[in-house]
Every structure is written in structure tokens, then in C-alpha cells.
Design a protein around this ligand. Structure first.
Ligand SMILES: [Mg+2]
Length: 412
């Protein structure tokens, strides 16, 4: 026995996880696990195990109900299957659970997390980065933008300046930002005391428009002329007031106004998009290519904003991008995920021709520590795709166990 065969025998498949060509086509899925780690949100982490001793990890968009769908509905449909048939398994899960009339919401989110774990697993079996299985990559590095919470008082320009300086000083070296939250009207008046403010209407007052315009001018001054920033509207306005808001911030040259009107009405979104000079970005609450189709056909936005571990996983998101790109609409990514979902999302982003910029939402100190990785996950505002099998990372068990959501156990 030579040294190499001795080592592979002695160490076993679990460490080296190299399979022969014959073995690669015979791997079967034996189990699907889900574990909720409480980070910025309750991250739904997914693990798929096989009879070859290799496993894949993924993440579905956060939120209650997803784990139940993964374990009680979807898991049964992929046990015993060949994990290399990723697209077939994605469609099988949806066909046998949601049916043709209900392919949206938590079911698609749960299937997305499993699909991501399958791509990690397929990459490990075939010993190649997952993005190589999506057609290869257009870029090795994915640009990021940092989302920050706006000051509570929209008229407090000192607070806006401090916020910008604080975000610029963060260790990841951001080159783009987004502002959302209480400082975006009318949340700046939480008790709705000002004339014209109402908890349920979709209106903006003249005062709101003047204050948000001034705030964004201040942001532009602090960032300088060349750093990008987006403005989040969180679906709060009607068509006319969304148009007025875009006009109020146009002079500050934002990279986009996000979700100005509620999702689900592509015609209304298109009317805003066609009426303003600020690029309109939307899509994080749409699922699968079906829900993007009319928006794209109408030229209803300038950037589709995909939440990849939510709206269909890596391949479905590439399909949405391809639809958008065919109409010369750019793609960006919404992202509140752990580093696992974030890395997965970046493998898809790397495979998309016209992908622009990827979000990192709320940040916590141990965010990157959840995974074992060779160096910082994001540097100088970019995430680099690792040349390792699958997604190229492992979960750090100590950090995961320390931050499990109440009632959760390690891959329990
Ligand atoms: Mg958003």
C-alpha cells in the first residue's frame, strides 16, 4: 500500500471526502437536518447527509415555519435521491408540496435552503466550487453594500453625519451603503402627531419630502461624490407620493430608491419607474421567475433585488437574472443571511452577467465567526469566491452551539 492509499484508507472519507468517478454517481441522500441559530435574525441552517459520508450545508431565509416545512414536508421527497440532480429535486419538492397554484412564500423559501445545501453537496462530490456548476463565474469578487439604520429624527443632520462616518469606518471597507428605518418618513413621527400623518395611509407630507431631501443631501456631502448609496422605502407609499419622494432625493444621485410601492402590483411599480430619474430597485418579496415575469416585461424596475435563499435558491435566481438581463435590467441581492446564505448567494451572483451589488444588512460582531474560513469573508467591500469544493466553508460548531435559538440543539 503506497502512502496515498494508506492515508485515504486511514483517514476515511469523512476528512478527505474524495470519491472515485464510480462513487460520485452513486451517492444517495440519507437525511436532511435543520437548526436555527439566533444571529441578527433566526437563521434557518440546513444540512443534507449522504451514504458517502459527505454532507452539504445551506440556509433558508430567516423566519418561523421554515424548519417545519423543511423537515415535515420537503425532506421525505429527497431521501434516497441522487444529490447531483439538483434542479430535478428542487422541482420535485415544489410539485409534491405546493402544487402549481401555491409556489410562493415559506414553501419556496424552505426549498431554496435545501437547494443551496444541494449545490454545496454537489460541489463537494465533484470537487469544484458551486458556482462552476451554475455555468461558471463572471467575476471572482462580489461587491457589497452595507445597510444602516437611519437616525430616529430625520431632521437631525448631525446624527446623519455621524451615522455615515461610523459606517465608513467599519472594518469591511464598504464602497456602497443603504439607509433605511426610522429616519425615513413618516416613521420619523412614530406617534403620527404631525398634520397629514396617519398610521395606515401611504402618504408623504410636504414637510416629509423636504426633510428626506435634506437628509440625503447631507449623506451625499458626507460620502463625497463617488460613493454609492441606496434609499429604502419598505413599500410604504402610494404611486404619486413615491414619485414625489424620488424627485426629492434625485439631486443627491442615489444608486436607487428601493421598494417605493407595495410588491405584487407590477403596473404600479412600473408607473413609478417610468416617471422618475432615480433608479428603482425591487424584488425581495417576490418568489420564483413567475412573480418577476410581468415586472420585467413592463420594464417595471431598473434593478431586480433578489433574496436568493428565499425566492428560489441559486439556479432559480440565475434564471430570474437571465430574464431581467434579457431586458437590460440589472440584478442586485437583498441579504439578511448568516455567512452561509451570504456565501451561497455570492456563488449565484458570481455566475450572473449583470450582477451589480450585494447587501449585508444588520451586522453583529460574531457574524463571520459562525463559519470557518481562510481569512476575512469581506475585504475592501468585496467578498471573494473561494476555490474550494462547494461553498468553501464549514460551520464553526462552538459558535453555532453558543448562539442556538431557544429550544434548538446542534443539528437536532
Ligand atoms: Mg429592502
Amino acid at each position: 500500500m503506497n502512502r496515498r492509499s494508506f492515508l485515504s484508507t486511514a483517514m476515511g472519507a469523512s476528512l478527505f471526502t474524495k470519491l472515485s468517478a464510480a462513487q460520485k454517481g452513486k451517492v444517495k441522500i440519507t437525511d436532511v437536518k435543520c437548526m436555527i441559530v439566533r444571529g441578527t435574525w433566526d437563521w434557518n441552517l440546513i444540512k443534507i447527509e449522504t451514504d458517502a459520508g459527505i454532507s452539504g450545508i445551506g440556509e433558508a431565509y430567516w423566519g418561523p415555519g421554515v424548519k417545519d416545512i423543511v423537515l415535515r414536508l420537503l425532506k421525505q421527497h429527497i431521501i434516497g435521491e441522487d444529490p447531483l440532480n439538483v434542479d430535478k429535486l428542487y422541482h420535485k419538492m415544489l410539485m409534491l408540496t405546493a402544487g402549481a397554484g401555491a409556489q410562493s412564500g415559506v414553501t419556496v423559501t424552505a426549498a431554496s435552503g435545501i437547494e443551496i445545501a444541494l449545490w454545496d453537496l454537489a460541489g463537494r462530490i465533484l470537487e469544484t466550487p458551486s458556482c462552476n456548476l451554475l455555468g461558471g463565474r463572471f467575476r471572482d469578487k462580489v461587491r457589497f453594500y452595507r445597510t444602516t439604520q437611519a437616525p430616529a429624527k430625520v431632521e437631525d443632520m448631525g446624527a446623519w453625519r455621524a451615522l455615515v462616518q461610523e459606517a465608513k469606518a467599519e472594518r469591511f471597507g464598504w464602497t456602497a451603503f443603504k439607509f433605511q428605518g426610522d429616519g425615513i418618513p413618516p416613521r420619523a413621527d412614530p406617534e403620527y402627531k404631525e398634520p397629514g400623518h396617519d398610521r395606515y395611509t401611504r402618504g408623504l407630507t410636504i414637510q416629509d419630502l423636504r426633510r428626506i431631501g435634506k437628509a440625503m443631501e447631507t449623506v451625499r456631502q458626507e460620502l463625497g461624490p463617488d460613493i454609492d448609496f441606496g434609499v429604502e422605502a419598505h413599500w410604504k407609499y402610494d404611486v404619486r407620493d413615491a414619485i414625489k419622494m424620488a424627485q426629492a432625493i434625485e439631486g443627491s444621485n442615489p444608486m436607487w430608491l428601493e421598494d417605493p410601492v407595495p410588491p405584487g402590483n407590477a403596473d404600479a411599480m412600473a408607473r413609478v419607474t417610468h416617471s422618475v430619474n432615480v433608479p428603482i430597485c425591487t424584488g425581495e418579496n417576490l418568489y420564483t421567475r413567475n412573480e418577476f415575469r410581468r415586472l420585467i416585461d413592463l420594464q417595471g424596475c431598473d434593478i431586480v433585488h433578489l433574496d436568493i435563499p428565499k425566492s428560489g435558491g441559486l439556479l432559480e435566481s440565475k434564471r430570474i437574472h437571465d430574464l431581467a438581463e434579457n431586458s437590460f435590467i440589472a440584478t442586485a441581492a437583498h441579504n439578511p443571511a448568516s455567512p452561509i446564505g451570504t456565501m451561497a448567494s455570492c456563488h449565484a451572483a458570481a455566475s450572473m452577467r449583470d450582477f451589480r451589488v450585494h447587501e449585508l444588512a444588520k451586522y453583529i460582531d460574531w457574524w463571520q465567526d459562525l463559519v470557518i474560513l481562510d481569512g476575512p469573508i469581506i475585504q475592501n467591500g468585496y467578498l471573494t469566491i473561494r476555490d474550494k469544493p462547494g461553498l468553501g466553508l464549514e460551520i464553526n460548531p462552538d459558535v453555532a452551539k453558543k448562539n442556538l435559538a431557544p429550544g434548538e440543539t446542534w443539528w437536532g
